[in-house]
Design a binder for this molecule. Structure first.
Ligand SMILES: [Zn+2]
Length: 285
């Protein structure tokens, strides 16, 4: 078996750009520290809305191909070499926003057989043997079908891999502590006049917001803020950045968090807040 580094993490995301928005600083930090960081993205985001007017002609597979290029650039910015599409590029396509007829496309991720998709992900787990897996909560953070499905597939793959010889010690969901979000949006309100964005978003639109007590782990990515911003900029069809804020295609400004937060949902809940996703398992092999 090939030699693996001591610390290994796997992130499971729905679309290219989700990894950089949610975990960009965390990925850059652990990659810089020599951990193996593996990203599995479930779709190419073929139904995403495109921001730049000059790229708005892209849709479907053409947009997916373009977004794969953006993902490569983002991974270069973060120093992450191992990134894959679940089942191979184009295996599952973007399901569109919840409630649209797109959700019925037989090739879309929302229509995927969870066990089959989880089997493909379990193969990646068995190959890379991560001590840490990061994904979304059961609502996918904010209700997008591909995010909900990414959650289901990731959690099922954890079970399948455990039955096949690799029991991941720590599983985390992406979070934003409510107090941190409230403070950041209050600051955004004061800063808005100086930003290239018309309107501020609201905290309710931010995925994964929970009461502070549920958050177990904070990763201070201040030292990797520039890498995170560069990775987000690489997803130019989806994101416009004006640090420390950004907008998606809805043009509503939101904070760009450089400290990233997590809730440990598999593994022993820590007594005190953690500042390292590998706390307690760094020596495991
Ligand atoms: Zn997404």
């Amino acid at each position: 078996m090939t030699e693996l580094p001591d610390r290994r993490m796997l992130l499971v995301h729905a679309h290219p750009d989700d990894e950089s928005i949610n975990n960009g600083a965390t990925m850059a930090r652990y990659a810089a520290e020599g951990a193996r960081v593996t990203l599995v993205t479930c779709t190419l985001g073929e139904r995403g809305e495109v921001i730049p007017a000059e790229l708005r002609h892209l849709s479907g597979a053409a947009l997916g191909g373009h977004r794969l290029g953006e993902l490569k650039d983002a991974m270069r910015a973060l120093g992450v070499e191992d990134f894959r599409l679940l089942g191979g590029a184009g295996r599952y396509c973007d399901s569109g926003m919840m409630g649209l007829p797109d959700n019925d496309d037989p090739g879309c991720f929302w229509q995927a057989d969870v066990d089959q998709a989880a089997g493909a992900l379990a193969d990646v787990i068995l190959e890379t043997r991560p001590q840490v897996l990061v994904t979304y909560d059961e609502n996918g953070g904010y209700g997008h079908p591909d995010h909900i499905q990414a959650h289901r597939v990731a959690m099922r793959a954890v079970e399948l891999a455990a039955g096949q010889g690799w029991d991941i010690p720590k599983v985390y969901w992406n979070r934003v502590p409510r107090s941190v979000g409230e403070e950041a949006f209050a600051r955004l309100g004061e800063d808005l006049a100086g930003l290239p964005f018309e309107k501020a978003g609201v905290l309710d639109d931010v995925p994964g917001v929970v009461d502070d007590g549920r958050v177990t782990t904070a990763i201070d990515g201040t030292a990797h803020a520039a890498a995170k911003a560069a990775a987000m900029r690489a997803h130019a069809t989806q994101i416009t950045v004006a640090e420390p804020y950004f907008v998606l295609s809805n043009d509503l400004a939101q904070p760009l968090f450089t400290t990233e937060y997590y809730e440990l949902v598999r593994g022993e809940r820590p007594q005190k807040p953690e500042n390292d996703l590998f706390a307690g398992v760094g020596e495991a092999s």
